[in-house]
Design a protein around this ligand. Structure first.
Ligand code: ZN
Length: 284
């Protein structure tokens, strides 16, 4: 019999096993690059998981070789020019009166910064299960989760300085990585392999690839045993501490600079991400 607790979107998969919901990005042919529809589908599954009392833990994963290589900059299903249902109370970025910097600012508030903040506040434990590449927008998803478990062949990378922007839209790097390492990570834009990410405290576990899902499953089972209300309060407390340290406020500033950089690139190169082929790049 079909289990109605499971589901499939155009770009995602959803499966409940026991008390754990497994939400998977499903664009392996494009290394799970994120178009808007994929992110909207993820949000729908998170909503379903939050409202299902039997779901105690949520795992975010990616099908195929890679977790996610970031935002969709030009695959055939890139949907930057497609109208979408807004998740927050932001207006339609495609409406005719939006020119200049307003269009990109509007869409990224809702789909990038907005969704990551919303997912960070999910009142259940969330685990990012990372294999292969976790790049730029992929980091945003991993950093939105409570815990990150990676295979030891995974790598993390934020190369966006090469695109002329100061960082990704949701950028808690200095809250996730020790300062000296965070600076090197961002400035040099090089790959950080999972064992190094574990060593510096950026992720919780680095395990052999063939043990990744079992490790995450075992961790999820332990989290599922925690009384939900106590966990909910603990998570809010952790988020309050981050915000008390300035996480939300500084990200608002970084987001504004990110859009100054988008606008600068549009003025000087005609595309949003300076230095890249404008035919290939519609959004950064
Ligand atoms: Zn952007």
């Amino acid at each position: 019999m079909l289990d109605t607790r499971n589901g499939q979107g155009q770009f995602t998969l959803y499966e409940v096993r026991g008390n754990v919901a497994w939400v998977r990005m499903n664009r392996p042919q494009y290394a799970n690059t994120q178009n808007y529809r994929m992110l909207d589908e993820l949000d729908g599954w998170f909503r379903k998981a939050v409202e299902d009392d039997e779901v105690r833990v949520i795992v975010l994963a990616g099908e195929g070789k890679h977790f996610s290589s970031g935002h969709d900059l030009g695959t055939p299903d890139c949907d930057n020019d497609m109208e979408r249902e807004r998740k927050g109370l932001w207006d339609n970025h495609l409406s005719k009166d939006k020119g200049g910097a307003e269009r990109q600012y509007t869409i990224e508030q809702d789909v990038y910064l907005g969704l990551c903040r919303r997912w960070q506040d999910i009142p259940k434990p969330t685990i990012a299960m990372v294999q292969g590449a976790c790049i730029a927008g992929g980091l945003m998803l991993a950093f939105s989760c409570d815990l990150v478990v990676a295979s030891d062949d995974a790598f993390f990378q934020d190369p966006v300085l090469a695109f002329g922007v100061p960082g990704v839209e949701y950028m808690p790097h200095m809250f996730e990585i020790p300062t000296r390492i965070a600076r090197e990570f961002l400035y040099l834009g090089q790959k950080m392999k999972a064992p190094r990410a574990y060593e510096v405290g950026m992720i919780n576990r680095a395990v052999p690839r063939d043990q990744l899902e079992a490790e995450v499953g075992a961790m999820a089972e332990r989290l599922a045993a925690i009384p939900p209300f106590g966990f909910k309060l603990a998570k809010q407390a952790m988020n309050m501490i981050d915000d008390g340290r300035g996480k939300r406020t500084v990200n608002d500033g970084i987001f504004a600079m990110h859009h100054l950089a988008h606008a600068h690139s549009q003025l000087t190169t005609g595309n949003l991400a300076g230095g890249l082929d404008p035919k290939k790049v519609k959004a950064g």
